[in-house]
Write a protein that binds this ligand. Structure first.
Ligand code: IPM
Ligand code: MG
Length: 373
């Protein structure tokens, strides 16, 4: 029996985006054959690819399609070819527009060290073994979107660049709520990160998160940390953290840092969620943390696992398909335990493979796990 179709919008983007997305398509096909779930898949151009084809990084039509879809799976955007363009034309505008137009305010960035990859980290294995932390980054506010912004010319001819960090209590509360809810399913610890020592918006952030915890989440242990200290603590002893909730800019920095604790950007998925409506449905976009990696694009060596794991997150958060999500995650872990490695996570005594072989290996492992091999 096939359950009702689920509508997916796939936006591969630029660089390695299309290559890694191709491997997800194999998994979607596999699910249609073996898991009684069919996805109605549409694909559109975004980023540099859309600039080349249509003159803009994302069209209103694609934004509308994203709203109509049950979930959006994103690849990556950007590359040197488009670096000279202004802020209103750049490929990155595709992802920023989707976050803003769909109200995707909670960006979930897990950093998990899988056992077979414990040696891939640049930190000592005893520091990172078993690491499982979740960064919840606010993603529609703060200095990324705050007004005023711009570059102005002063009367004496000097120029001044301006960006503004702004947060309102409701923006802080809704993202903190996501963090508290996630923590309830985990170790019940949230660390809220800002710079309340130098920024008013940071002080308001701290007070608002604490008040929400006291009012609605007494079962959660809440701590507060300055962002600079948090960067240091993440490298010193990352396993002290369970869920971190932080602002747009600090989350951008800290999630790159945290991802490297795991040894490879090529391994990490992310989810960006909007507010649930009365039926519980929420807009959601899933994407790997890695970028478009123009330096290795087209060579067939990109690691497809982050995009595949993003798809697993999509199953979990948009469709509550926990079992299928876990199945894919287990397949990925098993393939790694079997010694296959793309170049970014290559280790001694492992077999170096390309994008396609890695994708096929995951599908074969899925076959094995459900007994269809
Ligand atoms: C990210 C990226 C984006 C960001 C860029 C591509 C706009 O670095 O998703 O972390 O800064 O948010
Ligand atoms: Mg970033």
């Amino acid at each position: 029996m096939t359950l009702a179709n689920k509508r997916l919008l796939i936006l591969p983007g630029d660089g390695i985006g299309p290559e890694v997305m191709y491997e997800v398509r194999r998994i979607i096909d596999w699910m249609a054959r073996h898991r009684a779930v069919r996805f109605e898949v549409e694909e559109e151009l975004v980023g540099g690819a859309a600039i080349d084809a249509k003159g803009r990084p994302i069209s209103e039509e694609v934004v509308e399609k994203a709203k109509r879809a049950d979930a959006v799976l994103f690849g990556a955007v950007g590359g040197p070819k488009w670096d000279h363009l202004g802020f209103d034309r750049r490929p990155e505008l595709a992802i920023l527009t989707l976050r803003r137009e769909l109200g995707l305010f909670a960006n979930l960035r897990p950093a998990v060290v899988l056992d077979p990859l414990v040696d891939a980290s640049t930190l000592k294995p005893e520091i990172v073994r078993g690491l499982d932390l979740m960064i919840v980054r606010e993603s529609t506010g703060g200095i990324y979107f705050g007004e005023p912004r711009g570059i102005e010319t002063l009367p004496d001819g000097r120029k001044r660049g301006i960006n503004t960090e702004v947060y309102t209590t409701d923006e802080i509360e809704r993202v903190a709520r996501v963090a508290f809810e996630l923590a309830r399913e985990r170790k019940k610890q949230v660390c809220s990160v800002e710079k309340a020592n130098v920024m008013e918006s940071g002080l308001l952030w701290r007070q608002t998160v604490q008040a929400l915890r006291d009012r609605e989440y007494p079962d959660i242990t809440l701590s507060h940390m300055y962002a600079d200290n948090c960067a240091m603590q993440l490298v010193r002893n990352p396993r002290q953290f369970d869920v971190i909730v932080t602002t747009n800019l600090f989350g951008d920095l800290l999630s790159d840092l945290a991802s490297m604790l795991t040894g490879s950007l090529g391994m990490l998925p992310s989810a960006t969620l909007g507010a649930p409506d009365s039926t519980g449905k929420r807009y959601a976009l899933y994407e790997p943390i890695h970028g478009s990696a123009p330096d290795i694009a087209g060579k067939g060596i990109a690691n497809p696992l982050a995009e595949i794991l993003s798809f697993a997150m999509l199953l979990r958060y948009s469709f509550s398909m926990q079992e299928d999500a876990r199945l894919i995650e287990r397949a990925v872990t098993n393939v790694l335990a079997g010694g296959l490695r793309t170049p970014d996570i290559m280790a001694p005594n492992c077999a170096k493979v390309g994008t396609q072989v890695m994708g096929e290996a995951v599908v074969r492992e899925l076959d094995k796990l459900v007994g269809t091999a």
